[in-house]
Write a protein that binds this ligand. Sequence first.
Ligand code: GDP
Length: 384
Amino acid sequence: MGDLLYLIIGIAVLSVVAVAGLLASGRRARRLPPGAGTDVLDRGTTATPQAPPVPARPEAPAAPEATPEAPAVPTLERPEGVSSRLVRLRQRLARSQGGLGRGLLALLSRDRLDEDTWESVEDTLLTADIGVGPTQELVDRLRTRMRVEGGSTPDVRTVLREELLSLVDPGLDRRLQVSGEDGKPGVVLVVGVNGAGKTTTVGKIGRILVAQDRRVVMGAADTFRAAAVEQLATWGERVGVEVVRGPEGGDPASVAFEAVRTGAADGADTVLVDTAGRLQNKAGLMDELGKVKRVIEKQAPVTEVLLVLDATTGQNGMIQARVFSEVVDVTGIVLTKLDGSAKGGIVVAVQRELGVPVKLVGLGEGADDLAPFDAEAFVDALLG
Ligand code: GDP
């Protein structure tokens, strides 16, 4: 009898706790800020009406400054303008790449430029991933100039600056083709292997365009990585850009198609399309990217194909670059993570290899840490 009484009391207590718990969780759910749901920017244009809600992702690498507590009322961010980015990021570039220029300056300023010194110059350039051909070319030109101008104590810094600049090629057209014609949006296709920084770059480019008051739509066509879709949705949310997404594992081409259709219908200036970067084999990649491009072009020409390359990956990155350039007509390169390595020489190597200009450089994980590439600013940063 006593046992039965304890049992009844126990059940009663548990029920009260359970009901209280349910009430509390219900309150929590209702308290979720509108920014954490799909309704904020999906505006019914997603390829999957059943798409899962976009979680607030404080741990998202693309949004390091996000705080765990999402604001109650989501306010749109005003992205940084282009000119102040260059000023701010130049310091960062100088910090990561300055060793190369300073090393070369020190070597070339020696009293005697003997064979050992020239070998060290060569090693310095190769270590910075400039590539064998361009290294040889630069050393030959420097040897000639230092010899010719040697008698009149050449200004080593001026000579080196001029030669590095000609290697980086300031004459290349590095403008992004983000505008379409005949009332159609410009379409920027962003390709590259997973991990290179593709999705982050799409988000960052979106911010640059928003800062320029352009209307942007983004397509999350990397349907094989759920995280990439969520990541892009978060980037879009922060600046009020519509992100078109599809079901996980769905057809990337149909998302790309839907994104461009939406952009055209909404009068967007530019549609940015993220793609999957699975390099399982060249034929598969070619099929996939080829199809994405074909279906997009049923509605509007692709105006820019950006290849995203991780500057820290050296030769591996160059091999990837080659594969992608064989698969799709790359029109510009985005070099990411230049902040994290002293391998800035890859700018020269990849431009030479593909015959395509570096148009943008990623210099950090911050939302506005992407800047247009500027040959002079780059060389000046190298020289410290
Ligand atoms: P994806 O797989 O090519 O789409 O790569 P993600 O966009 O997911 O980026 C992979 C990682 O690289 C993330 O942690 C990014 O924050 C980081 N990342 C991207 N660009 C840069 C950059 O310019 N500098 C640094 N330091 N990290 C970057």
